[in-house]
Design a protein around this ligand. Sequence first.
Ligand code: SAH
Length: 346
Amino acid sequence: MISLFAKQDILNLSDQKLSDWFKTNKIASFHLKQIKKWIYLKNSESFYEMTDISQKTREILEKNFCIGSLEKSKVRKSKDGSKKYLFKLKDNNYIESVLIPEKNHYTLCISSQAGCAQGCKFCQTAKLGFIRNLSKAEILSQIINVKADLKARKKLTNLVFMGMGEPLANLSNLILSLNIITDSKEGLSFSKRRVTVSTCGVVSNFQELARNTEARLAVSLNAADNKTRDMLMPINKKYPMETLIEACKNYPLKPRDRITFEYVLLKNINDSEKDAKKLIKLLKGVKGKVNLIPFNKHCKSEFEPPNFNTVLQFQKILSDNNITAIIRNSKGSDISAACGQLAASY
Ligand code: SAH
């Protein structure tokens, strides 16, 4: 039976809203701090576990709220150790998150939308089209769920918004969730330097993101001229490269910070020596570094990755011209968990 009065997800409510609700329901306001500690620090998934709160109050909370609204529906493990989590949303849509083991820590790649409206030609998520924005709770629940699954929870230190969707097209929920993610007193306590928001270039929202958060910015450039970028990424028609680069130059950065430019290398499309030289010119005067990502093949695309020598050559041209360029071989390709392969095909 479907309840007409579905419980509200407590993760979606602001402190103010909760405090008001507590007042109306005669619950002491100091419980708010305790609840946040249980959820964000101790990973509690039920109010019954919150043993420093009276039984009666816990029952009231349990009756009225839930903690997180994702259902873990499938976990697949890659040969390289990365794990793909498939989550079912309350409205029966699906999203995915990917846990990537690094040398001494884990990075979690999370989704900001179900599907995506951006239509980038090389990306598998794009083929789903746009379904909807994720709520603040659905963004946070991905982290809480994966943490619950991890023995070494403290090692989950890095977070990237590089899963399904365009984070800057879901700006308000992105900001709300980031503020909990980097809250070191009552939130999830991720270091600001270890949280990265990746955008295809929704330039109109850059300044608002900077004003409200301190997450790092990554920009998916993927081409070195407008003609190629127009063909690959429809957003380029709205915000051509000159506008995008100008917005990057105006993005407020701390002295040590740089913007990461992601560049998916596609065979015979954007991988030539000429492209590398154009990229150098384009990035002149921008505080940035480049992540080169050889294209991850998927069945819904005609594109191919370049051969490895071409990738190395491209990197060398950038490095020789004082641009830091790192080759990022995406993990999890055997379980379709690599960049651009998230499509929740269930
Ligand atoms: N919408 C955001 C975040 C999701 S895409 C953005 O565009 O940045 C995350 C990264 O994966 C982007 O840099 C994108 O260019 C890259 N990507 C998408 N499909 C890919 C594929 N098939 N192979 C390699 N990288 C891909």
